[in-house]
Design a protein around this ligand. Structure first.
Ligand code: ADP
Length: 450
C-alpha cells in the first residue's frame, strides 16, 4: 500500500482525497498556487508545497513542478482529482516515467476516454449502441453536411476532445452547418488544443444517466448503479441523484450490462463512469467514458455504502475488488452543486466569505473546502461546496435537501443556493419529470393538474 500520496488538485476534491487517505493511514502532500495559500486543502494535508502562481497553466497544470514536488516529498503516488491533469494521458505517462503511481487508469484508457469520436467507433464495434452520427471525425463542412443529411436534423456538432459541456453546436438545418462548423472548430482549438469535430443526432427530451464502474487489475469489473444527471445548465450538471426515479430494475440491469461491456471493450482498469443518453422510450445510447472520479460520486457512495475514493486508491495500488458481486441501491441521495455564482445569471461571484454556517443533522453531508473568512479566488472553477442528502426514499432525500438548503448560510458572496431552492419547489422535479431541457422549462408554467 502507498505510504504517501500527493494530491494534484485543490478545493473540495483535494479535501475529499485527504479524508480518504487519513482513513487508509496514508500521509498526504498538497500542492497549491500562490492564490490558494490560505486554502483548507493546504491546512489539512500533512505537507504542502507551493507550485507556482495563480494561473492554472503555471501551477495546477504545471507537470514539471508537480513531479518535482512529488519527488522531493517522496510521494509514491499522485491523485489528480477531477479537472486539471486528471484526464491528461501525457501526465499519467510522465508519472510512470518518474516511478510514481498515477491514481487512475492506464494512459491508453485516458486517451480513448478523451477522444470521443474514437470512443464512439470502439463502442459501436463492440455492440454498445451509440447515438446515430458521423463515422469518425469530420474533415470538412461537406462531410458534416453529408452526415447530417443521412441522420436528419436537428444534429449536434461536438469537439472530439471536448469536455465540460463546451464546444457543442446544435444545427437545425443544412444552411446552419457551415457557420456552426467553423465556430465549433475555433472554440475546440482554443479550449482543447484540437479542432477535430464529429456530429451526432440531437435527441430531444432525453435524460443523462451514467453508470459507475470499478475494474481491478485482474480484469474483474462491477458496476455500482446509475446516477441521474439531467438537471443541467448549458450542458453542465447542477443536481445529481442516485438512483434515477426513471430507471426500472430491468433498465438498471441493461445499463449495468452495457457499462460493463464498454469497460471490457477498452480493458478498463480503475474506477470510471460510462455516460449514456436515455430516451423516454428507454433507448440507451453511449455518450462518453469518464476516466476519473466524478464531481457527483457522493450520491453513489450514499446509496451503495462504498467509499469510491478509497476504492480508487486501493485499485491503483493493485488490490483486487473485494466487494460482493451485485450492489443494490439503498434509499435515495441527491447532490446540489453550490457554486460561487449569481444564481440568476450564473456568472462567477468570487470574494470573501464573511459568514458561513453549514447544515447538518440526519442524512446530510457537505463536501467543501470553504470556511468563514476564506476568499474564493477568481482563477478557478466556481464550485465551492457539494451538499448531499440521503433519505429512505427520494421524497425524504428532497425534504432533507430543502431543509439543509434553508440551514446553509453563506454571506459575502453570491451562491447558487437560491437556484436550488427554486428547483426543489418545482412540481415536475418533485415528481421526477425531468430531462436535460428541464431548466429551459423552469420559468415556463408547470403542467396543469387534472
Ligand atoms: P461533455 O464531455 O462536454 O460533458 P457530453 O458529450 O457528455 O459532453 O455531453 C454533455 C451534455 O450535452 C449531455 O449530458 C447532454 O445533456 C447533452 N448532449 C450531448 N450529446 C447530445 C445529443 N446527441 N443529443 C442531445 N443532447 C446531447
Amino acid at each position: 500500500m502507498f505510504k504517501k500520496i500527493l494530491i494534484a488538485n485543490r478545493g473540495e476534491i483535494a479535501v475529499r482525497i485527504i479524508r480518504a487517505c487519513r482513513e487508509l493511514d496514508i500521509r498526504t502532500v498538497s500542492v497549491y498556487s500562490e492564490a490558494d495559500r490560505q486554502n483548507m486543502h493546504v491546512r489539512l494535508a500533512d505537507e504542502a508545497i507551493c507550485i507556482g502562481p495563480a494561473q492554472a497553466e503555471q501551477s495546477y497544470l504545471n507537470v514539471p513542478a508537480i513531479l518535482t514536488a512529488a519527488e522531493i516529498t517522496d510521494s509514491e503516488a499522485i491523485h489528480p482529482g477531477y479537472g486539471f491533469l486528471s484526464e491528461n494521458p501525457q501526465f499519467a505517462e510522465a508519472c510512470a516515467a518518474s516511478g510514481i503511481a498515477f491514481i487512475g487508469p492506464s494512459p491508453d484508457n485516458i486517451r480513448l476516454g478523451g477522444d470521443k469520436a474514437k470512443a464512439r467507433q470502439v463502442m459501436k464495434r463492440r455492440g454498445v449502441p451509440v447515438v446515430p452520427g458521423s463515422d469518425g471525425p469530420l474533415d470538412s463542412v461537406a462531410a458534416a453536411v453529408k452526415a447530417a443529411k443521412k441522420i436528419g436534423f436537428p444534429c449536434i456538432i461536438k469537439a472530439s476532445m471536448g469536455g465540460g459541456g463546451r464546444g457543442m453546436k446544435i444545427v437545425n438545418a443544412e444552411e446552419q452547418i457551415e457557420d456552426a462548423f467553423y465556430m465549433a472548430q475555433r472554440e475546440a482549438l482554443t479550449a482543447f488544443g484540437s479542432s477535430e469535430l464529429y456530429l451526432e443526432k440531437y435527441l430531444q427530451d432525453i435524460r443523462h444517466i451514467e453508470v459507475q464502474v470499478l475494474a481491478d487489475t485482474k480484469g474483474r469489473i462491477i458496476h455500482l448503479g446509475e446516477r441521474e444527471c439531467s438537471i443541467q445548465r448549458r450542458h453542465q450538471k447542477l443536481i445529481e441523484e442516485s438512483p434515477s426515479s426513471f430507471v426500472s430494475e430491468k433498465l438498471r440491469k441493461r445499463l449495468g450490462e452495457l457499462a460493463i461491456r464498454a469497460a471490457r471493450a477498452v480493458k478498463y482498469r480503475n474506477i470510471g463512469t460510462v455516460e449514456f443518453i436515455v430516451t423516454p422510450e428507454e433507448e440507451v445510447y453511449f455518450m462518453e467514458f469518464n476516466t476519473r472520479v466524478q464531481v457527483e460520486h457522493p450520491v453513489t457512495e450514499m446509496v451503495m455504502g462504498v467509499d469510491l475514493v478509497k476504492e480508487q486508491i486501493l485499485l491503483s495500488a493493485g488490490m483486487p475488488i473485494t466487494a460482493k458481486k451485485v450492489f443494490k441501491p439503498r434509499g435515495s441521495a441527491i447532490e446540489c452543486r453550490i457554486n460561487a455564482e449569481d444564481p440568476d445569471r450564473f456568472i462567477p461571484s468570487p470574494g470573501k466569505i464573511e459568514f458561513l454556517h453549514q447544515p447538518g443533522g440526519p442524512g446530510v453531508r457537505v463536501d467543501t473546502a470553504a470556511y468563514c473568512g476564506w476568499t474564493v479566488p477568481s482563477h478557478y472553477d466556481s464550485l465551492i461546496a457539494k451538499l448531499i442528502t440521503f433519505g429512505s426514499n427520494r421524497q425524504e432525500a428532497i425534504a432533507r435537501m430543502k431543509r439543509a438548503l434553508d440551514e446553509f448560510v453563506i454571506e459575502g458572496i453570491k451562491t447558487t443556493i437560491p437556484f436550488h431552492k427554486r428547483v426543489l419547489e418545482n412540481r415536475d422535479f418533485k415528481e421526477g419529470r425531468i430531462n436535460t431541457s428541464f431548466l429551459d422549462r423552469l420559468h415556463k408554467p408547470e403542467t396543469p393538474t387534472g
